[in-house]
Design a protein around this ligand. Sequence first.
Ligand code: SF4
Length: 367
Amino acid sequence: MAVSVHDESAIKALLSELGEKPFRYAQISQAVYKDAVPDIDSITTISKELREKLKPEVFFFTLKLRSEETSDNGQTTKFLFETHDGKLIESVIMRHLSGRNTLCVSCQAGCPMGCSFCATGKLGLFRNLTFAEILEQFDFVAKRLAKEDRKIRNVVFMGMGEPFLNYENLKTAIDVLCNQKKYDISNRRVTVSTCGIVPGIDRFAVDFPQTSLAISLHAPNDETRKSIMPVENTYPLSDLMAALDRYVEKTNKRVFYEYIMISGVTDHPRFAPELAELLRGRLAHVNFIPYNPGEGIMGNGMLPTSKLLIKKFQDALEKADVPSTVRHTMGDDIDAACGQLAMKEKGESLATESGKSISSAFSKKAE
Ligand code: SF4
């Protein structure tokens, strides 16, 4: 069976089987990651004979670009890819005015977590992505941006899926992204976002103490969180906050809390002081995200909160010495919120094709 060019141990084993010296891997790695070659034929630092032997054994790219859309202001492009087995996944590049470029990648096809405000949650889970499929998203967009004379500076695991339910592939993908001899992205510029899988947070603190962690908090109390995020049934807020305290103790890193502002759901005036009290004294930064209803494709009747009310939340946090920002919504005109493009392409029928339920996903949660 052919192996991905990103599978270092498999390529090394293959080279050894072919009787090649170990330094051949360094030549291949240099060509793939530093010279950005598109295929084996382009690795001219190894012999033609070896290239011919490797060609049927090693693949570069399995994802097919199904569609792409760029926002009217040209800042955001959303790519919809199809996997070899017909699953749809999304990646989004955000070209910030400051010049930095942030890539948002997916780690699962669909998602089993069922958050009520999220288009991906409506799809259900199809399967975990392999580390190669995660890296192919990066590789494709990096090559595309190179044509614009731009580089990806930040990578966020905030696309489709719950990263900590696909921990091993996430880990390998981050290792390749941050390897200085490979893509050489700074660990600090990689952010993994979880809805609150406690064992995953504990493991992440040990494996990636330099990598940033974002938490989809979205509510300051159990009751409201439970009403929009089924994860709360398995990992209640008290367990989540205890895990985050352990994380901060171990890494001394600030945790980014994502808080989606949905009118009448997460923005009750009493939630502002409640959120401030929850985070007071904690190493935290809150990102308020105005809800993106996605041209009604969600069908949940949810609407974004007014700017004025978001400001009241920010004021309450400021009084508690908790810094916050309001995320600039990029790409509203192209359904850039996670899962919206796939949802639009396939329609609601996808949800019924999903073979996994939330409970089955938890049974294989990261330990
Ligand atoms: S918000 Fe994240 S965890 Fe929740 S359903 Fe969407 S992709 Fe899954």
